[in-house]
Ligand binder design. Structure first.
Ligand code: UGY
Ligand code: MN
Length: 247
């Protein structure tokens, strides 16, 4: 739809960004065919990781080797598959995969539109532990735990909490009115996609209305807080870097 007066909720600042679907623009990414790719967060913005949306048509696919990069893929809509070193894993909405560096990968769509959320980051090895193994799972298999004792703000931790992993990906579900308990300010960086519902995100010193489909980048130490609003729960999936020396 044409925005007569050029209004937008999109904001890109030094310490955070908010991109909303009305402002998304597609780009061609090498290795992806019959695919609509939207780069939501990248080093060009100041981030140390990437967050993409990739929608594959029925014979759309993405093929390559992860090289020095690790991937976390989550299927938002439709059905598809991910073959790792030639072993094919079927994916449905809510399915996710962690792919360590050095793997041959082949993403395929099997419905008209298979929409993936993908986080990518250079893996930081740790001398004392080997790199993680691939993981396939579904969000329904992961129980939501009350966040800091709040039954109305529940966290699903999708990846194992062990030092081989240098990233975490979690899903936060807030009942209407529930909040992050305090304004967090931390060394970890975040990439976030609103999955459903709406609310207000405090980013640095600014307050932004947000809703399903919006993407947010938070740089290290960006003060952050959220309140869920409306009549339905708000859910978001988010990335953070973990378990590595900040030096
Ligand atoms: O894990 C986190 O830092 C999380 N509580 N942050 C957030 O939801 N903005
Ligand atoms: Mn946080």
């Amino acid at each position: 739809m044409t925005e007569l007066f050029g209004a937008t909720r999109n904001v890109v600042k030094d310490r955070y960004s908010l991109l909303t679907p009305a402002g998304f623009v597609t780009s061609y990414l090498p290795g992806w065919e019959k695919a609509t790719c939207i780069v939501l967060i990248s080093p060009a913005m100041g981030a140390r990781f990437c967050q993409f949306l990739i929608t594959l048509g029925k014979d759309g696919h993405g093929r390559g080797n992860t090289g020095a990069t690790e991937y976390f893929a989550y299927l938002l809509e439709g059905t598809g598959s991910l073959a790792l070193n030639d072993k094919k894993h079927r994916l449905e909405p809510g399915s996710y995969a962690y792919v360590p560096p050095g793997q041959d990968i082949h993403f395929q769509g099997s419905s008209d539109e298979a929409k993936f959320l993908i986080f990518q980051k250079p893996y930081q090895p740790l001398a004392s532990v080997g790199k993680p193994e691939p993981i396939f799972g579904h969000e329904r298999e992961v129980k939501g735990q009350p966040f800091l004792g709040n039954e109305d703000a529940r966290l699903q931790v999708l990846l194992p909490d062990n030092p081989a992993f240098d990233l975490a990906v979690n899903i936060f579900t807030y009942q209407p009115g529930a909040t992050l308990p305090f304004v967090e300010t931390h060394v970890m960086e975040h990439g976030l996609l609103m999955l459903s519902g709406q609310g207000v995100y405090r980013l640095d010193a600014d307050y932004h209305p947000v809703r399903a489909g919006d993407a947010i980048w938070m740089a290290p130490y960006c003060p952050q807080w959220f309140v869920a609003m409306g009549k339905t729960p708000a859910r978001y999936i988010y990335y953070k870097d973990v378990n590595r020396d900040p030096m």
